[in-house]
Design a protein around this ligand. Structure first.
Ligand SMILES: C[S@@+](CC[C@H](N)C(=O)[O-])C[C@H]1O[C@@H](n2cnc3c(N)ncnc32)[C@H](O)[C@@H]1O
Length: 219
């Protein structure tokens, strides 16, 4: 991580009030829409949205899911998310402090989402985060708490090709994006099959991973 968690939290709290107005790039919009589309929760699902920010993904999924839980390290971003939920009368979302590798959530998460946020961690930290998500209680029908969420959808800055240093889609001083190949390997080694890789831009994509189910057990 190029900055500490506290630095990232403070940085986002400072811009929280204006954050939504500034997310107007075509790539951000396309990425967020794809995360929402790929997450596709049912009305009995609980979705855990990590690095939820002002709740773009969490609030959009609330209409389809039974419940959405948003976690972030920035109190300022969480306050915006809570205000938006209240303004829209959305009652099945709950926002609170939580970090990627310690979401501070011990309930069931059928689906995990994260959009434009995991690139703040270094690759070994991203791997720890994905392993943490895979170890959450996915609410499997046979009550096996070790079977993780059914689906994980990660939209983020990620490299499909060698990044062009003259045209970075990210801020090299604070961001640390991974290659698509590294992320896919992290999901597969955590027991997930990557079912879609959507390329939004050569530095932005959405990975959809489904828990692997074998004949006699779920990993
Ligand atoms: C660019 S915003 C994305 C917010 C939202 N997901 C969206 O799509 O608009 C990145 C968010 O990640 C959060 N964040 C940064 N590091 C984090 C960490 N280690 N754990 C959880 N959230 C983190 C920031 O506070 C910020 O709200």
């Amino acid at each position: 991580m190029k900055k500490s968690i506290a630095d990232h939290a403070a940085r986002f709290s400072e811009i929280a009030a204006d954050y939504d107005d500034e997310q107007n790039s075509e790539e951000y919009e396309a990425c967020a829409s794809l995360v929402i589309q790929r997450a596709a929760p049912t009305d009995t699902d609980t979705v855990l949205d990590l690095g939820t920010g002002t709740g773009a993904i969490a609030l959009a999924l609330a209409a389809d899911a039974e419940r959405v839980v948003g976690r972030d390290v920035s109190e300022g971003m969480l306050e915006q998310a809570e205000q938006k939920a209240a303004d829209a009368g959305i009652e099945n979302v709950a926002f609170d402090y939580g970090e990627f590798r310690d979401p501070q959530y011990d309930g069931v998460a059928h689906v995990v989402t994260s959009n434009f946020a995991l690139h703040h961690l270094a690759d070994d930290e991203k791997r720890e985060a994905i392993e943490t998500w895979a170890a959450l209680d996915g609410g499997s029908a046979d009550g096996d708490e070790s079977a993780g969420p059914r689906r994980i959808v990660l939209g983020d800055v990620m490299f499909f090709e060698e990044p062009d240093p003259s045209d970075p889609f990210y801020s090299p001083e604070v961001d640390d994006p991974a290659t698509v190949g590294s992320l896919v390997e992290m999901f597969t080694s955590a027991g997930y099959a990557v079912t879609h890789v959507d390329r939004v831009h050569d530095q932005v994509g959405v990975i959809t991973a489904e828990r692997v189910v074998t004949a006699d057990r779920e990993t």
